[in-house]
Design a protein around this ligand. Structure first.
Ligand code: DUC
Ligand code: ZN
Length: 456
C-alpha cells in the first residue's frame, strides 16, 4: 500500500538521541512515519547512507551591509550553497535605522529574503544604541516570530554595560533570548592604536589586538549581566578556552548560558595571518583565529556540552576587498565563508576524527540550534516535524576549493581540505532541493519561519 509521498528506504537514521535502521515516510511536507518497510509514491534507496535532519545554521550574514561593503552571497546564492551542503534553515540578521520601528525593519528584510531564498529562514533582531529607546517594541518582535536579539560589545554600534542590562531586561520580559558578540572594544581599540603607531600594520597584528583573555573577560561580564537580568543567554562565535571556562562555570552554577563555535575556530589557527600579501588578510574575522592549541578544547567542550552549536558566521567578502585594506589590519573587512561546508567539515573532523559521535554531530549542527532558537518543527527526525532531511554519504571524498563549492566568493579558507562525507540529497518540507549532488531548487521556495522559544 502507498501511504506516503516519498519514502527514504534502508538508510541509517541519525538523530541527537541515537541511530536507527528504519525508513522515513514523508507526507504533505512533514515526516509522517518512521518504521521498517514503508511504501510511497517515490522510494529512494539509502542503503549505506545516513539520514539526518536538515542542518540548521543560526548565524549567517547574507547580502548584509557592513560599512561600505555588502557580503557577497545574497539570499539566493547563499541559501543555494547552504542547501548543497545539507543546511535547510538559516538565521540572518535585521537592523533598524535610527528612525525606523523594529517591526518595519523586519518587514523590509523579510521582503528581501522572500524573493530569493531557497531554504527556510528567520532573523535575529540586532539591538544597537539607537534602539534602546525602542525597547518597548521588543514584545512585538517576539510576537512576530523573531525571539532572538543580537547585541555587539564591539564596533561603533556596541552597547555599553548599562544598555546591555536594559536590553536583557526588556527581552526577558518579552520571553526572548539575548545573543551577544563578546569582545572588549575599549581594549581592542587601545591595542590597535598602539600597534599601528609603531608600524605594526600587517594582518598578524589583528589577533594580537583582540586577545583571547579579553574575549574571556567580555564573556564573563555579559554572563554576569544575564544573571542580573535573570535571562538565558546565547554567546556567538566562541573562539577560545577563556570563554569556555566562563560558560562552564556559569552552567555548573545552574545559569542557562548557551554558546556556539564555528568551523574557523575549530579548524584554523592564527598562523594563517602570517601568510604573505592578501593571503594573510583573508582569514581576518572577529573574534580572530587563535593560536594552535586553542582548537582541541573547543571540540572537547562541544562533546562535553559546554558548547552547544556549530554555526558558521558566514560572512563572505571578495578577495580584492580584503586585499585593498592590507596596509592597515584594522580596516580589513572581517568574515569568512563556510555556509556550504560546515556540516561536512563537522562530520570529517568531528565524527571521522573521533572527536564527536554521530549523535553529537547531529545535535550540534541540527537539533540544538533549532531547539535553542525556537524552530519548533525543524532539527529532528520525528513524526510531525518538517520533512527537512539530508541523505549523507559518509564515504564520499571531496576536496574543497572554490571550484567544488557554490558560495559566491572567490576564495575559501578550506582550500585543499580533504573531506570524507558529503550530502547526496537535501529535502526541504519534502521538496527536493538537491538530488544526487545537483541543485534542483527554486528561488523563493524558502519561507520565513516564525520561531517560538520553548520558554515563551
Ligand atoms: N565578525 C566577523 O568576522 N564578521 C561579521 C561580524 C562579526 O562579528
Ligand atoms: Zn556574525
Amino acid at each position: 500500500m502507498v501511504d506516503y509521498d516519498l519514502v527514504l528506504k534502508n538508510g541509517t537514521i541519525v538523530t541527537a538521541a541515537g541511530t536507527d535502521a528504519a525508513d522515513v515516510g514523508v507526507r504533505g511536507g512533514e515526516i509522517a512515519g518512521i518504521a521498517p518497510h514503508l511504501h510511497g509514491a517515490q522510494e529512494i534507496d539509502c542503503q549505506g547512507l545516513l539520514i539526518t535532519p536538515g542542518a540548521v545554521d543560526v548565524h549567517v550574514h547574507l547580502q548584509y551591509p557592513i560599512g561600505s561593503l555588502t557580503t557577497t552571497d545574497d539570499f539566493f546564492t547563499g541559501t543555494r550553497a547552504a542547501a548543497l551542503g545539507g543546511t535547510t534553515a538559516v538565521i540572518d540578521f535585521v537592523e533598524a535605522q535610527p528612525q525606523q520601528s523594529l517591526l518595519d525593519a523586519l518587514a523590509q528584510r523579510q521582503a528581501l529574503a522572500a524573493e530569493r531564498a531557497i531554504i527556510d529562514y528567520g532573523f535575529h533582531m540586532t539591538i544597537t544604541p539607537h534602539d534602546i529607546p525602542k525597547l518597548a517594541q521588543v514584545a512585538d518582535v517576539v510576537a512576530a516570530g523573531c525571539p532572538s536579539f543580537k547585541h555587539y560589545m564591539a564596533y561603533s554600534f556596541r552597547l555599553h554595560d548599562g544598555q546591555l542590562l536594559q536590553s536583557f531586561q526588556a527581552i526577558r520580559r518579552a520571553g526572548g533570548l539575548p545573543i551577544v558578540h563578546a569582545e572588549n572594544w575599549d581594549v581592542i581599540q587601545t591595542l590597535v592604536q598602539q600597534n599601528l603607531a609603531i608600524g605594526r600594520s600587517d594582518p598578524r597584528w589583528h589577533p594580537r589586538s583582540r586577545p583571547a583573555l579579553m574575549e574571556g573577560e567580555a564573556a564573563g561580564r555579559v554572563i554576569n549581566l544575564a544573571a542580573l537580568a535573570e535571562t538565558p543567554l546565547y554567546i556567538f562565535h566562541v573562539s577560545c578556552q577563556a570563554v569556555v571556562e566562563r560558560i562552564a562555570a556559569a552552567r555548573a552554577g545552574g545559569q542557562p548560558v548557551f554558546a556556539e563555535t564555528c568551523p574557523q575556530y575549530l579548524l584554523l589557527d592564527d598562523s594563517l595571518f602570517d601568510r604573505p600579501e592578501a593571503a594573510g588578510a583573508l582569514p581576518v574575522c572577529a573574534p580572530p583565529l587563535r593560536p594552535l592549541g586553542e582548537q582541541e578544547p573547543l571540540w572537547m567542550a562541544l562533546a562535553r556540552g559546554d558548547l552547544h552549536v556549530i554555526s558558521t558566521d558566514h560572512c563572505p567578502f571578495w578577495l580584492a576587498d580584503k586585499a585593498a585594506a592590507l596596509g592597515d589590519f584594522s580596516r580589513i573587512p572581517g568574515g569568512l565563508p563556510s555556509i556550504e561546508s560546515r556540516f561536512a567539515l563537522a562530520y570529517t573532523f568531528g565524527v571521522g576524527a573521533g572527536r564527536l559521535s554521530l549523535s553529537q554531530w547531529v545535535d550540534c549542527c541540527c537539533t540544538m540550534p533549532a531547539q535553542l532558537m525556537g524552530f519548533t518543527k525543524k532539527g529532528q527526525i520525528a513524526v510531525g516535524y518538517d520533512a527537512d532531511l539530508v541523505v549523507f554519504d559518509p564515504r564520499q571524498p571531496v576536496t574543497l576549493s572554490t571550484k567544488t563549492l557554490h558560495e559566491n566568493v572567490d576564495w575559501t579558507p578550506y582550500d585543499g581540505f580533504q573531506l570524507t562525507g558529503w550530502p547526496r540529497h537535501t529535502l526541504s518540507r519534502g521538496q527536493w532541493l538537491v538530488r544526487d549532488g545537483q541543485f534542483v531548487g527554486q528561488p523563493g521556495q524558502g519561507r520565513f519561519v516564525a520561531r517560538r522559544l520553548a520558554t515563551t
